[in-house]
Design a protein around this ligand. Structure first.
Ligand SMILES: [Zn+2]
Length: 422
């Protein structure tokens, strides 16, 4: 582990325009550490690439994930925002999964329950993608969501929006703040903050949307979960800013917001509920944390897991083709790392997103197949990228009357293997 690197934390170092931001500033910031470093990774994992050549020549960048020894925030110190373009070719739709749909419904219901039932809901979503969550909330609100305004540059306006719903196909910048209706009582931003390298700028924009009585909901991965599970496949270029419960609380507090953080999605994500403190109430700073042990644990787990997965793939190769299930961020990253270590043992990705089927995964150029196509190809081993989808994937495979060997990333098997290795 390389420590004592000159990587001032973009989250907890003193703000240039605000020298007194409470006790948790970078003034006493311990050293930061590089916990993951990879060259030539695809800058976008969730793009639909129609030819193998386009996939193999996809744009690449450098991953240099640094963890702050004080607040625990993890960021890509080599991130170049100029390499990113979240335009209409971006597709991270996972709504074909029942488990994910149930998660979305649960989050929508949380939002609906946060407003007294007799009150109207006026909703704003920053980074709304194609507006799927916005539509879901509108539908589940059964008339309570009177207005909804979304912002996202990848929005393509293909389907008609319900009455009272508007989506602006652009990034949310200070210039867009005037587009927030004054009666807004809910602001939400799901799976967006981890894509933004300007940590303070984005938090300032979120804070600027707030007013007394308004609630802010943010959903983002919990990097503590990634570190605890040795989930190397969860570090990729799109996610240039990964938060711990402590660091997201600290960031929002620095922008005047009090928040609560709850684990959701089996602990992989955090659901953050924030507001301006009530009149006369002080902003309570989150207590200090010491994140350094988790970073070190991650590095030893990661090495052991990479070795054990490589050995597993080598063993399974003789049984027939090996496919990963889940050709999104985790799958693109896992295939890239493992194929480099094992001489192309993985031959395909399986995904339920119909827009991705027939396309290719960036950099590896592996084809993305529908489950039936993978069966027809004789796939003998399926590695499931997200343990949350295991039950439904096993059911789908059984329904196809297909019997590959199925293994899952991050399941108890990993723990067993770690015990053997360590
Ligand atoms: Zn920090």
């Amino acid at each position: 582990m390389s420590r004592s690197q000159p990587h001032p934390c973009p989250l907890c170092q003193p703000l240039a325009d605000s020298p007194q931001t409470g006790p948790q500033t970078g003034a006493n910031c311990p050293d930061s550490a590089v916990i993951e470093r990879r060259l030539y990774v695809p800058t976008l994992q969730n793009v639909t690439l129609a030819t193998r050549e386009a996939a193999q020549t996809a744009r690449r960048g450098t991953l240099k994930m640094v963890q702050c020894g004080s607040c625990g925030f993890v960021w890509n110190a080599a991130f170049d925002p100029a390499l990113m373009s979240y335009d209409s070719g971006y597709n991270n739709d996972v709504s074909a999964s029942d488990f994910y749909q149930a998660h979305l419904c649960s989050m929508a219901d949380r939002i609906l329950a946060s407003v007294p039932p007799e009150e109207e809901i006026h909703y704003v979503e920053i980074g709304c993608g194609e507006g799927d969550f916005l539509r879901l909330l509108h539908e589940r609100g059964q008339g309570r969501v009177v207005s909804a305004v979304g912002f996202d540059p990848s929005f393509t306006t293909a389907e008609q929006l319900p009455d009272g719903v508007v989506v602006h196909p652009c990034y949310f910048t200070p210039a867009e703040i005037t587009k927030i209706p004054p009666q807004t009582n809910i602001v939400c931003s799901r799976h967006t903050i981890e894509h933004v390298s300007d940590v303070q700028g984005f938090a300032a924009n979120l804070a600027a949307t707030m007013a007394p009585g308004r609630q802010l909901f943010v959903e983002t991965p919990d990097v503590d979960w990634i570190l605890r599970h040795g989930a190397f496949q969860d570090f990729f270029y799109e996610h240039c800013a990964l938060y711990t419960p402590h660091s997201i609380s600290l960031l929002l507090a620095r922008h005047g917001l009090q928040c609560e953080v709850v684990p959701v999605y089996d602990g992989q994500y955090m659901w953050i509920e924030a507001q301006i403190p009530a009149a006369g109430q002080p902003l309570v700073q989150p207590p200090p944390s010491d994140p350094r042990d988790l970073g070190q644990t991650y590095q030893s787990h990661r090495s052991a897991l990479l070795d054990s997965w490589a050995a597993y793939l080598e063993r399974r190769k003789s049984a027939g083709p090996i496919a990963i299930w889940g050709a999104a961020s985790k799958g693109v990253t896992f295939a890239l790392i493992m194929n480099a270590r094992t001489h192309q043992m993985i031959t395909a990705g399986i995904d339920l997103n119909a827009a991705k089927q027939g396309c290719y995964m960036p950099v590896t150029g592996l084809p993305i197949l529908a489950p039936q196509e993978a069966k027809d190809m004789g796939v003998a081993t399926v590695v499931i990228m997200n343990p949350n989808y295991e039950a439904e994937i096993r059911n789908m495979i059984a329904d196809l009357d297909w019997s590959p060997e199925i293994t899952v990333l991050n399941e108890a098997r990993d723990e067993q293997q770690l015990k053997h290795v360590s």
